[in-house]
Design a protein around this ligand. Structure first.
Ligand code: SF4
Length: 457
């Protein structure tokens, strides 16, 4: 009953967020930067910000997160952080020898007006960066947008590394958006099965879900290489998975390097995965192998076998826009009823899209972008649901309202497995359904009177 003070009556709030459904921009930028091979993310601000970003990522991925900071003091907060950043770039290359440093700003450095492109130019002019090494930067003021915005800004900075190409290399850029490292692995596996040679960026597989080998390496073996990023301008096309996380980078490649792009939904669930596979096949000029059709058939089989348990179950969802759009479509396609949907990331387009997807749901649907979990809780109090899907923080609502909870999204601090078991693609769809079904049937078992406590449903 930790949230017992949440009132059922909903009052209009304009300037107050309670239990945000988002976290800060630089966390997204740092996660994206870790998807570059040999990259040391750098936080241009105070040590406290960097410690928070690192600890949040560590608690979700259960891996140590290396990152540097400009370590602002009172002096840099007043006079600007240029001297600190120039010194930091020099020290990082001297001590840690990364291939690339990916710098993001913070509330503090943005508020005092530090001009990151100017500082990076000065660093270049002063030969502060060793030959063959790179420094990129992204603005991530956290009083705008969310962690999703920060992720998108850093991915755009990665796309900006592409160099002009005189001829195409036959590869396809795939920008996966903020998904788990195992999801990135799964996207690469599917692309290989369809026979399309892709450059996936960012790619945190092998970085944040690597093995424990007993040997320390400063930079894990995974990640998109600098050379691959520089070659993105020679690709025959780009598939951006998610409007919020990936579209800006794809459009930059289109505008600057004439690499045609398509913006798709993230491949969660049957229909979105169908569209992704079809887009891969089309842009790569290949055909879909039987193995993929079989995987699809398995997902369809599970949907039809378990449909009776999903039918017209009401669901509340909270998370990030790209994930929620695909998940809502998946739930509707199996006859579940997502009726309360909140994202902490701004964007009226989100509300419009969710309304389109849920137009045939036979109950009123509440949707809010730039909303919070307090509002979601109030909606649930007014119109109860059978299932809650969202991040770790949902456990407080789930306990208060006695609801089954499926943990999905970011952050998940109190469970394991999300970095290893993909939820994208057809196999990922099986995993999502298994989690939903287990949550619903565990609840049925718990609540069943003895005479109805059946072994077989
Ligand atoms: S001050 Fe801004 S950048 Fe730093 S942790 Fe807080 S929200 Fe994030």
């Amino acid at each position: 009953m930790l949230l017992r003070h949440t009132p059922k009556e909903i009052s209009e709030r304009k300037a107050l967020m309670i239990n945000p459904a988002k976290t800060c921009q630089p966390i997204g930028a740092m996660y994206a930067a870790l998807g570059i091979h040999g990259c040391l993310p750098h936080s241009h601000g105070s040590q406290g910000c960097c410690a928070y970003h690192r600890s949040t990522l560590t608690r979700h991925y259960k891996e140590p997160i290396s990152a540097a900071t400009s370590s602002f003091t009172e002096g840099s907060s007043v006079f600007g952080g240029q001297a600190n950043l120039l010194q930091a770039i020099n020290t990082i290359f001297t001590v840690y020898d990364p291939e690339i440093i990916a710098i993001h700003t913070t509330c503090l450095s943005e508020t005092i007006g530090d001009d990151l492109p100017q500082i990076l130019k000065k660093s270049k002019d002063e030969a502060n960066t060793p030959e063959g090494k790179m420094v990129i930067g992204a603005p991530t003021p956290s009083y705008v947008g969310s962690h999703v915005t920060g992720f998108s800004n850093m991915v755009k900075a990665m796309a900006d590394m592409a160099v002009p190409a005189t001829k195409k290399n036959g590869k396809v850029n795939v920008i996966p958006g903020w998904v788990e490292p195992c999801d990135m692995e799964e996207i690469k596996r599917l692309a290989a099965m369809v026979g399309v040679d892709i450059t996936l960026f960012p790619d945190t597989s092998g970085v944040l879900n690597g093995p424990l080998s007993g040997e320390y390496t400063m930079f894990p073996k995974g990640g998109t290489t600098v050379a691959e990023l520089q070659g993105c301008g020679a690709a025959i096309g780009t598939l951006a998975l998610g409007e919020w996380c990936s579209a800006d980078a794809a459009r930059l490649l289109d505008t600057k390097h004439k690499v045609p792009c398509r913006v798709l939904d993230m491949p969660f669930g049957l229909k979105a995965t169908d569209r992704f596979i079809d887009a891969l096949r089309t842009v790569g000029g290949t055909s879909v192998p039987e193995e993929i059709s079989d995987e699809r058939g398995q997902l369809v089989d599970m949907i039809s076998d378990m449909h009776q348990y999903f039918y017209h179950k009401k669901v509340a969802l909270v998370g990030d826009p790209d994930q929620l759009i695909a998940m809502t479509e998946f739930l509707v396609s199996i006859d579940m009823c997502p009726i309360h949907i909140v994202t902490g990331t701004p964007g009226k387009k989100f509300e419009k899209r969710i309304k389109e997807i849920t137009k045939d749901v036979p109950f009123p649907v509440n949707v809010k972008a730039w909303g919070d979990m307090f509002l979601l809780h109030q909606w649930i109090k007014n119109e109860p649901v059978d299932l809650l899907i969202g991040n770790t923080y949902c456990k407080y609502i789930a306990r208060d309202e006695d609801l089954p909870l499926v943990r999905w999204g970011f952050p998940i601090l109190d469970r394991q497995g999300h970095q290893y078991f993909p939820t994208v693609g057809y196999k990922g769809g099986l995993r999502i359904l298994e989690k939903i079904l287990s949550a619903l049937l565990d609840r049925t078992d718990r609540d069943a009177p003895e005479e109805k406590f059946e072994l077989v449903f």
